[in-house]
Write a protein that binds this ligand. Sequence first.
Ligand code: PMP
Length: 392
Amino acid sequence: IRITSTLNVRAQFPAIENWHYLDSAATAQKPQAVIDAITNAYARDYATVHRGVYQRSSEMTGRYEAAREAAAALIGGKPAQTVFTRGATEAINLVAYTLPREGRRRVLVSTLEHHSNIVPWQLAGFQVDAVPLTDDGQIDLDAAEDMLTNEHLIVAFAHVSNALGSILDAKRAAEIAHAKGAYLLLDGCQAVARLPVDVAALGCDFYAYSGHKLYGPTGIGVLWGCPDLMKTMPPWQGGGAMIDRVTFESTTYADPPQRFEAGTPHIVGAVGLHAAIDWITNIGLDAVHAHEAALVAECRAALAGIDGVTLYGPEASAGIVSFNVDGVHAHDVATILDDAGVAVRAGHHCAQPLMDSLGIAATARASFAAHSDSSDIAALVRGIEQVKRIFT
Ligand code: PMP
């Protein structure tokens, strides 16, 4: 399979000139529009938000809140239910620590979760139960249905797996969770840059994502929560901006989302995220998804044709292809690929329980983005041939 059309956006990414960057699942490179938005926000428009009475501050406040609107709209949510966090990790921690327990102390996750959707629950004192995967690396929702009990407060699944690219049937996951009175949190880190997302259509209760995987800056992410639930959640961190009235005797708190945004926020991060959301929605997430699906098909077919390469995950993965070369550690594969100008991730991908379940220590992972094209796959294949020459 050869993809015939690309999205033709490669030239907009100054950092990947002459480089085959196949590590967008770790963090995405930034298009010029995002770089310009960040530069201008510091160089020209910078001021604090929510406090200043002078004009530039009120303009920046408007831009910060416009970013919130965009961050909500990207996933079909409302700004009043959309909290800016440092990233998906902080978003999941926020839920783990503040969601009222209602006497339920168990959480159902899956075997393929990123550590950031496992460890926060453990730290917050939940018993963590893990749903197994199907043979092709999808979360086994039949098993989830059987495993879920009235003691589970919440089901927390990756919408798209960072290690395998598996796409969750999120709607069915929501139905299964709700049938037992549990909530559903979706870790949307890998999904938002790869698929159109609509929280209302999916029926989830929480949705978390990070800006930096969505062509935006690091240090900013989003927690969307269903409004009735967000109102029941107490503040998590105290400080400026999250209060209603403070005295030494007692303090009252702002409504969500401000209740969960203590301190001066990542102002320019929000501006950069807004530019990234505008950029990707202008291309269209349907188009990005189709583009990456074609690249995955081309890549899997090419790697399957190389003797001694093992592929992991489902055929129809979202933009991510995990593999190993027989007898060669993934780190060695990645090091030789690096010499060939190809950047892939190698390791456990912050999913050690998944690696344990596959009976391996690591994989090499190629992950695509809107700027990827067939030249990246050709370079990957040449690099793997080189790996095989060196190791045999
Ligand atoms: N979940 C998934 C599926 C991820 O891929 C990542 C990042 N690798 C995270 C959560 C954590 O995101 P962050 O480090 O940006 O908080």
